[in-house]
Design a protein around this ligand. Structure first.
Ligand SMILES: NC(=O)c1ccc[n+]([C@@H]2O[C@H](COP(=O)([O-])OP(=O)(O)OC[C@H]3O[C@@H](n4cnc5c(N)ncnc54)[C@H](O)[C@@H]3O)[C@@H](O)[C@H]2O)c1
Length: 400
């Protein structure tokens, strides 16, 4: 039976969910839908299909998370009238084509970051999303880490005073090992700028989430640490090691990038991202400074952030602000909503999927990580890339 998902507020009954791309991040989407699909009142959601050209992988992911079937063709998924909701978890260079086809097919679409390889393509996808009756969004999962959402609401409420400075470090070590195989991630035509598009996308989105729009990229720089890699002897996903062939291929996108930003509100920001930071794991550190206070957070300790508010009476000591039931997402969605019950990456991902499904159920738009946000981040990243190539300051010019 065809699904009658609630486009534009029409009554909702049932919908099949499909994940397109069964690699590393497809699994996080599967876990999110598995956890939260049953918690959406008014929607009878089915975990329907996992699609990947690597059918072994698709079958394994479908089996692990209870999806009914697997597919090899994303076109077949989009033609299926029983599928109403799709997550796009494919390599970066496929996002534009598949997201636009999914929007044209009338699906609800959650597309992995980056929305596109460049702002021109991201804008075209955003324009289609505006005309679509479905709910659409870009995966900016860090917005749903409770501590970061909490800091954001304090910044917006003015608790930290006027915005002064934001510092974001996104340090990863997934590519630090030179014996890791070459893959789509290491070529500019398939991944775009490397660390910038892979990790800087999140860093810039968190910066906007806290301080609003970026007006200018004052300066940027990028470099490649591992200049060539051996090709894999068989298919790889994520950042996994596999047997290597004797053939090598050039790495032609950045391993490390840094940018200095000027926000429309006059504040400044520094974002840096690396995929070769030995020992870093997947560490995101955020420091937000205002005229009255400072908030700081790291994903190494996701269950709290530190806050110092200047009282005008001596130095402002940092206080540990632990996750409590009153923190964003915790009271409503954590299975054990108690002080300091730990949360991490998977939970933040799930909270995003809960919000996406809720928007579908209620026939509302998904504004916290929309395709507009995806486009605006792309616009800033293009300016960072241009600043790093030319050495010039770059204004960020929005095109509506
Ligand atoms: N939000 C996050 O925190 C986060 C984290 C990791 C990755 N990502 C994003 O997710 C996307 C995927 O990354 P990944 O690490 O899962 O990559 P991956 O290489 O592990 O997986 C991609 C999968 O897509 C499949 N695929 C490729 N072309 C296909 C096609 N034409 N049809 C069907 N399947 C195809 C591959 O077989 C592979 O299994 C990227 O855009 C990346 O930026 C986001």
């Amino acid at each position: 039976m065809a699904s009658t998902v609630g486009w534009g507020g029409v009554a909702v009954s049932e919908a099949g969910i499909a994940i397109i791309g069964a690699g590393m991040i497809g699994a996080a989407h599967a876990a999110g839908y598995r956890t939260f699909a049953p918690r959406i009142p008014g929607l009878d959601l089915r975990l329907d299909a996992v699609c990947d050209m690597n059918t072994d992988l698709a079958g394994r992911l479908a089996g692990a998370w209870g999806f009914s079937r697997f597919e090899s063709s994303w076109e077949a998924v989009l033609r299926d009238p029983d599928i109403g909701i799709v997550s796009i978890c494919l390599p970066n260079f496929l996002h534009t084509e598949v997201a636009q086809a999914a929007l044209r097919a009338g699906k609800h679409v959650l597309c992995e970051k980056p929305l596109a390889l460049n702002a021109r393509d991201a804008r075209a996808t955003r324009d289609l999303a505006r005309r679509s009756r479905g709910v659409s969004g870009t995966v900016f999962n860090y917005r749903r880490i409770p501590a970061l959402a909490d800091i954001r609401s304090r910044v917006t409420a003015g608790d930290l005073g006027d915005p002064v400075q934001i510092v974001i470090l996104y340090q990863c070590d997934y590519a630090a090992d030179p014996m890791l195989p070459h893959s789509w991630r290491y070529t500019f035509d398939k991944a775009g700028p490397g660390a910038l598009l892979d990790l800087g996308t999140h860093a810039v989105d968190v910066a906007r989430f806290m301080f609003g729009e970026v007006a200018q990229v004052v300066g940027a720089t990028a470099n490649i640490a591992v200049k060539e890699r051996r090709l894999p002897a068989r298919a790889t996903t994520g950042h996994g090691h596999v047997e290597l062939s004797e053939e090598t291929a050039k790495v032609d996108n950045d391993d490390v990038m840094s940018a200095l930003l000027r926000f429309a509100n006059g504040a400044q920001g520094y974002v840096t991202a690396s995929r070769v930071a030995v020992g870093a794991g997947n560490r995101v550190q955020v420091e937000v400074y205002g005229t009255k206070g400072t908030a700081r957070f790291t994903t190494e300790t996701p269950s709290h952030f530190d806050l110092a508010i200047f009282s005008g009476d001596g130095p402002a000591p940092f206080q540990r602000m632990i996750n409590r039931p009153s923190s964003p997402f915790i009271g409503a969605l954590a299975p054990v909503p108690h002080d300091l019950v730990s949360i991490g990456y998977a939970e933040g991902f799930g909270y995003m999927i809960h919000e996406f499904l809720t928007a579908i159920a209620e026939g509302k738009s998904f504004d916290n990580g929309s395709m507009e946000d995806g486009y605006r981040v792309s616009q800033i990243l293009d300016a960072v890339q241009a600043a790093s190539e030319t050495g010039a300051r770059m204004d960020v010019n929005w095109q509506d």
